[in-house]
Write a protein that binds this ligand. Sequence first.
Ligand SMILES: [Zn+2]
Length: 725
Amino acid sequence: MMNYIRIRTTKVMLLFMSTLLSAGTIALVSINPALAAAADFGPSNPFFAPSVLPFQAPPFDKIKDEDFQPAIEAGMAQQQAEIQAIANNPDAPTFDNTIVAMEKSGQLLTRVMEVFDGVTGANTNDALQKVKTIEAPKLAAHQDFVYLNTKLFARVAAIYKQRDTLKLDPESLRLLEYDYDKFVHAGANLSEADKTELRKLNEEESSLQDAFINKVRDATKEGAFVTVDKTALAGLSEARIAAAAQAAQSRQFDAFVIPLQNTTQQPDLVSLSNRGTRQTIFERSWNRTERGNANDTRDTIARLAQIRAQKGKLIGFSSFAAWQLEDQMAKTPQAALQFMDAIVPAATAKAASEAKDNQAVIDAQKGGFQLQPWDWNFYAEQVRKARYDLDDTQVKPYFELNNVLQNGVFYAANQLYGLTFKERHDLPVYQPDVRVFEVFDADGKHLALFYCDYFKRDNKNGGAWMSVFVDQSHLLGKLPVVYNVANFSKPAEGEPALISFTDVITMFHEFGHALHGMFADTEYPALSGTATARDFVEFPSQFNEHWARDPLIFAHYAKHYKTGAPMPEELVARLRKSDTFNKGYDMTELLAAAELDMQWHSLPATAPLQNPDEFEKQALDKTHLNVSYVPPRYRSTYFAHIWGGDYCAGYYAYLWTEMLADDAFQWFVDHGGLTRANGDRFRQMVLSRGNTQDLGKMYDAWRGAPPNTKAMLKYRGLEESTSAK
Ligand SMILES: [Zn+2]
């Protein structure tokens, strides 16, 4: 519904993001809606009125840091007044005077927040961060103001009850159901006693989540490997050793320090030749939050699991997962579990064959030991080198950024959808590295603006993402203004930006999200573009990755930056093969984490407090993922995505959307591949539809069948080992 409120789900991130998303709970606290309208907000503020630039593009040349806070405050006050007016309308509730009116509310807040989120993510500073800190709790309370407004809910519920007699068009009916579900999910339907109970559970959950995040952060810091013995670091490059010495200095140790990363596996294990060091680092990672000290999280997660199960029950579901999946494409935990169970045999078989390869290297070197998790990356790297001997410096000269953009990313969009792109130097940007393109449809019509901001900066968040400055919606007469942000190394002045193949894939991925935003063709902003379910939103992006590897597209962009020569066949072949290297391990560790997430959140409210170690072991045994040499990507006790972040009962979505992307690409392959007819059909039936239809039905209608894992196993290199058993 509310435009601003869906921004959090609009920003779509790369697969393995490290940042914690904001906790997804809606706190049922009573709030004081009387926000003082900011006194210093008036026509001189660049957010006061819609931008007069083409596509209502943000007037970055006029926006100053100090403009944000008064506009955000005034935006909240304005939307609260609008919501009050809707809730208190003396006329009987109608779709127009309630549901559509809500869609039209909050335009100032949306206008400023889309830009604010954009610049605080990609080009922040102390002043902006301060505004963010001050406004974050107010914005959270602002959401509650809408969803806990009993008068407003009564109107929505009254309209919902008459939905069969209203003769609404399908998109309007979908919006009505969507709004109603959102209220119900937030607890609007509960009795006063149950609301009080839910509020208590929310408060406890919220403080336990905070405690969890703090403990994991401190435990991860404390878990760092410290040594005074430089020989323990044998195998690391001089640069890595210097970094370890520097890390020690910043902690005021006279030694070497290797800090822990969030994941179970640690990057330096790939090169550390001292097996004892590898084992110590691995164990410090694995046990970081189970050391019986103040940062032990076992009690915290056991209680969190219980609270969530109780919340699910209060709202009326058999488990927390059942509640969370109701509005997702998968719909039920059973569907997500069945999907994962179906991949397990192929993934673990492939991992077993990779383990054999690794053990063969150990044996050939007369190691005299069985492969353990801390050995995996060290020996896998040797297998990889022996087979492909491929490093980034060989391929990078064929991937010059602007060439990849124009002759790869844009070219694919032209071949599939007929789009053309024209760079615009007349539109203001928030930083000189940002580029703006106007996007034209096949018939020459204006479609969208596309901003890209690819180079790393110190004041930019890590990773890569897509979001919008302006949402498409017919109701509000807006065309989409979308952007992609990444963190590629910036070349020296006058040098070409040569990027890795991983970076190429990232560009196609984020542009897949961008297409989802640019093709949006919906009436209501709440259902537009990427505002879909978590287990759907990464589908268009991962689907678009496939075109980076398509032989026709690849040949069109992979050309030497100096000579224009195509990449030699032999190098292409090695690049392709290395693309599926180690996928058995990767898939198995992801599956293990996703299964843990789903098992924890499938506990019924009646289940007693769990012992996390026993629970984890049983959950992995039960799903055939207790594989000695492939531990879960995150252990339960430091799985921040699910306990501190927004992925509770949602980690499977990464794999689910991979399935959709691969299954969809297979449809293209089976129907002639890269053609306008195929592209247009996909655009018309999927990419332009946002969340206006049931996502499963939308997919099946386009595909002609429900998705399955066959193509996924093939494209992830897992097919062979299943047939070989
Ligand atoms: Zn993504």
